[in-house]
Design a protein around this ligand. Structure first.
Ligand code: GLA
Length: 392
């Protein structure tokens, strides 16, 4: 749906008014490498996608807020103090959580607003549709209220909305990428300090191919929290050896080598090993990217998947089958799962001349192995949250 069509839908839903509307967009994200590192204080390398959530917003003549979406049936109108005050277990928890976090930093909405969202990120695929809704809401409301739109602060408050109101204990990576992405760049983010560098993502003849396994990501929250607590256990043990250690990812691989026997639980030791080695892999991947050494970058992607499969154990049959099928194809430079895991998507770099044939072959083989029909997205790196000016 283009912006003009969306504006038409907005007027159909909310009617004409003399108040001006504005249009904003926030992308989804794909993580290129550095998985399960954000809550371990490590480096991640995500990038914004070219698809995301568009939001049209217009001031109302009362103090109410109304939320509707073109692609999710649930809609609601009310005030944040009353009807919208508690969790509904609907998608509107994301924007409501954001408004609550804005209030905590002293931004009280001075008026009511009508909001209409349109998302083109597949839901539940692990491409951060929720972060995209949170970030576009925060950016749009701050803009409407004439306040500063600091995208690092927006990422932080959107993460809090997700942690505290929605109740999902995620790290900062998704919201940060959605808020701060730059076209044709990956973001090297240090999750401990939130310092970041935009790294040109120049892939020459290679395209990013995202494949959705279409495996329902059941149990994802409990498994995610289990991994977090295993990392906490590892950290606690290692802090006895190095009291100044604040995060697992601060350890270098050779330090970990000498200390690892202090972690008696074999599972916990493997989790920590993934974190330490994956962190080094992010730094090595960025070096490779800067040198234009895409072959090495692809190898690091493959190694990352193996580590998530065997050490961190967050892949599962469908993600592994998808990765194996991509790896069988000569046009694939590298491939790995992306996001939390347990289903969701893989990300691959595939030669442009072979994209169509690789997709066709992988789709066929994946379906016969798993019985699931996959979806594919060939996409470039898009822009972080922004206003769409030309709509007006
Ligand atoms: C999910 C979370 C992120 C991050 C990834 C794993 O996407 O929302 O914060 O932890 O999983 O890298």
């Amino acid at each position: 749906m283009n912006t003009q069509q969306l504006i038409k839908k907005f007027v159909e839903k909310y009617g004409e008014s003399n108040n001006v509307y504005r249009v904003f967009n926030a992308p989804g994200r794909v993580n290129l490498i550095g998985e399960h590192l954000d809550y371990n204080g490590g480096y991640v390398l995500p990038a914004a996608l070219e698809f995301g959530t568009t939001l049209i917003i217009r001031q109302r003549d009362d103090q109410q807020i109304s939320f509707a979406s073109t692609n999710i049936p649930y809609e609601v109108v009310g005030s944040i103090q009353d009807e919208l005050g508690s969790k509904s277990d609907q998608w509107t928890d994301y924007p409501v959580g954001v408004i609550k976090e804005l209030e905590k930093i002293g931004v009280q909405l001075s008026k009511g607003y009508d909001l209409l969202y349109h998302g083109d990120i597949p839901n539940g695929a692990g491409l951060s549709s929720s972060a995209s809704i949170e970030v576009v809401t925060a950016y749009a409301l701050l803009s409407m209220e004439g306040k500063e739109t600091d995208t690092v602060e927006i990422a932080k408050l959107s993460q809090k909305a997700e942690n505290l109101f929605v109740g999902v204990n995620s790290g900062i990576m998704d919201q940060f990428a959605v808020a701060n992405g730059r076209k044709d760049h990956a973001i090297l983010l240090m999750c401990d300090t939130l310092e970041y560098e935009l790294v040109p993502f120049e892939t020459g003849a290679y395209k990013i191919v995202i494949a959705n396994t279409n495996k329902r990501r059941g149990l994802i929250d409990s498994k995610y929290n289990e991994r977090r607590s295993e990392c906490d256990q590892a950290l606690e043990i290692l802090q006895k050896e190095i009291p100044a250690l604040q995060y697992l990812a601060q350890l270098k691989p050779d330090q970990f080598e000498t200390l690892q026997d202090s972690i008696l639980d074999e599972t916990v030791r493997r989790r920590a090993k993934h974190v330490v080695e994956e962190n080094q892999r992010v730094l090595d991947s960025v070096e490779a990217l800067k040198k234009g050494d895409l072959d090495s970058f692809g190898q690091y992607m493959n190694q990352s998947h193996d580590s998530l499969r065997y050490l961190y154990e967050v892949t599962g049959d469908e993600l592994d089958a998808m990765v194996e099928e991509f790896q069988r194809e000569s046009g694939t430079l590298g491939v790995r799962m992306t996001g939390a895991g347990f289903g969701g998507c893989t990300v691959a770099l595939v030669h442009e001349d072979k994209v169509d044939s690789v997709i066709e072959q992988v789709a066929h083989n994946y379906e016969s192995r798993t019985g699931l029909k996959p979806d594919f997205y060939v996409c470039g790196v898009g822009q972080g949250v922004h206003e769409i000016e030309e709509a007006l």
